[in-house]
Design a protein around this ligand. Structure first.
Ligand code: MCA
Ligand code: AMP
Length: 501
């Protein structure tokens, strides 16, 4: 029997009696204890009728049991479908329906709502590990024979929004996840002596795969915090050797006077990704701590593509070199032809990390994943004379706020439906904490006036809080070019200082 992801990442963990996962309350789980929880959950899920290949939609707060649920799915061959805890019921309904999930695990507080929108079995898992999943697991066996899987079988389905407003499920195979975890663990020199301070959410690639899988692959340990809380991070930093974060983590740390060289004296590595790290943050961080943050670049569809070197120069403002086994080229946006080094164009990537396509969306898959295996990222970049990849912009209309992706089209469609709104444009402008913040520019219907508060309450139930505009502006009309396309660059110029202190 083989199950490559289980065999390499989780089977060794089941034999570990050292403290694998430390929670913020000081409680500790050994690898063996953690995998016993996962095995019980796998038995409970299987007893409910879930079979290899079935999707399990999971929207729960971060906890050791929530991470164990990922392990349980790998063991049972169930496709893990994690969902941002900020998603509203209407967002949730789409993901569960579109994925044809066989069951849902949600927070106990959301159970009634979720039961109202789905017809599949619903289990609960709360932040302290409580709930009906845990109750079912408690009476199940703590051993489970892993399901037979091959590298090409799906391990996870992660939804990523799209420029058309409809989210797409990125199908990630066991080999996609495993190849990336092994490449990163090796490149970033992770070993069993590492202690990762884990403060990222575990419903996205960064916290779930990059952080957790690298630790699993290397035999290291984690300090597993429920979220990025500055006091908690500062409390635990002295016990850690490594941390992975989005740029907001680092700007928040730099804004705190307690963050100094002494606090990080046991650290060997800080990595950053999911959003651009300002060269200024990179330099300030080095001046304060002596550490050069290692910036890398990835996507939900591809896991990680590039990384700055561990030993060589970590160049500020760049995302380093393609990972071993990953090919990266810069292409002409119109023709798709490969451009020479130094030219600016679309970044395309190919390798064992690149996903299997979008769930039940063959046209969208064909539009972004070429027949020769290259994935068209939609990021605009160039390769410098030393081979470092630099991301200089995005061809896709996308806002990245605190590491979360926000597609303006999705917000605009909902804003356009609000009473009194003729049309809208959603833009991202510099935000001191989140990197980019969402601004909505609304045009009233003739004779109507717009009340921003009414707009806010009108959209509150429809989209997650982090996507909602933090500033709403009203204009008599939107600037357009001769083709009739909204000139968002002019709006960004006009409202670019919306979040200035
Ligand atoms: C929270 N809020 C936000 C965000 N987070 N608004 C915009 N952008 C955000 N990212 C809002 C809340 O709704 C709330 O609104 C207010 O800000 C404060 O919320 P709070 O919960 O206190 O915020 P926080 O806990 O301090 O969270 C900020 C955070 C978090 C730590 C930056 O967003 C975070 O952990 N981000 C990481 C995202 C991530 O893991 N991305 C990886 C994607 P109000 O006050 O009005 O109620 S994977 C990826 O991108 C690829 C693959 C890659 O390369 O990694
Ligand atoms: P997601 O769809 O959440 O996986 O986000 C992927 C996108 O995040 C990429 O296409 C990039 O636009 C962006 N991204 C990830 N890492 C970086 C980085 N280090 N610098 C700039 N952008 C990044």
């Amino acid at each position: 029997m083989t199950n490559p992801l289980y065999d390499r990442l989780f089977m060794p963990l089941a034999a570990r009696d050292d403290d694998f996962l430390t929670s913020s309350d000081g409680s500790v789980l050994s690898g063996r204890e953690f995998m016993a929880i996962a095995a019980r959950q796998a038995n409970a899920l299987t007893a409910m009728g879930l079979r290899p290949g079935d999707r399990l939609a999971v929207q729960v707060e971060k906890s050791p049991q929530a991470l164990a649920l990922y392990a349980a799915c790998v063991m049972a061959g169930i496709v893990f479908l994690p969902l941002n805890t900020a998603y509203t019921a209407s967002e949730l309904e789409y993901f569960i329906t579109d994925s044809e999930a066989g069951a849902v695990v949600c927070s106990p507080s959301a159970e009634v709502t979720v039961l109202g929108i789905v017809s599949v079995p619903v289990l609960t898992l709360g932040p302290a590990g409580e709930g009906s999943l845990t109750d079912a697991a408690a009476i199940a066996s703590d051993t489970f024979i892993p399901a037979e899987r091959s590298g090409g079988d799906l391990a996870a389905l992660l939804y990523t929004s799209g420029t058309t407003g409809r989210s797409k499920g990125a199908m990630l195979s066991q080999s996609n996840l495993l190849s990336n975890a092994l490449a990163l663990a090796d490149l970033w020199r992770f070993t069993e002596t590492d202690v990762l301070l884990h403060a990222l959410p575990i419903f996205h690639t960064h916290g779930l795969f990059v952080a957790s899988n690298v630790i699993l692959a290397s035999g290291g340990k984690m300090i597993f915090l429920p979220k990025f809380d500055i006091d908690e991070v500062i409390r635990f930093l002295p016990q850690a050797t490594s941390m992975m974060g989005v740029p907001t983590f680092y700007t928040r740390l730099l804004n705190d006077a307690r963050f100094d060289r002494d606090l990080v004296k046991n650290m060997r590595l800080f990595t950053s990704g999911s959003a651009p790290l300002l060269a200024e943050t990179h330099r300030e961080f080095e001046a304060r701590t002596g550490h050069r943050i290692l910036e890398r670049y990835g996507m939900t569809e591809t896991n990680m593509n590039t990384s700055n070197p561990y030993d060589g120069e970590r160049r500020a403002g760049t995302v380093g070199f393609p990972l071993p086994g990953v090919e990266l080229k810069i292409t002409d946006p119109e023709t798709g032809a490969t451009l020479e080094d130094g030219a600016v164009g679309i970044i395309e990537v190919r390798g064992p990390n690149v996903f299997q396509g979008y769930w039940q969306m063959p046209e969208k898959t064909a539009a972004e994943l070429r027949a020769d295996g290259f994935f068209i990222t939609g990021d605009i970049g160039q390769i410098d004379a030393d081979g470092y990849v630099q991301i200089v912009g995005r061809a896709k209309d996308l806002i990245i706020s605190g590491g979360y992706n926000i597609y303006p089209k999705e917000i605009e469609l909902i804003l356009d439906e609000q009473p009194g709104v003729l049309e809208s444009a959603v833009i991202g402008v510099p935000h001191p904490d989140f990197g980019e913040g969402v601004v909505a520019v609304l045009v009233p219907q003739p004779g109507a006036s717009i009340d921003p508060e009414a707009i806010r309450s009108g959209i509150a139930e429809r989209i997650a809080k982090f996507k909602q505009p933090k500033v709403i502006e009203v204009l008599p009309e939107l600037p357009r070019n001769t083709m009739g396309k909204v000139q968002k660059n002019l709006l960004r110029d006009q409202f670019g200082t919306a979040f200035d202190k």
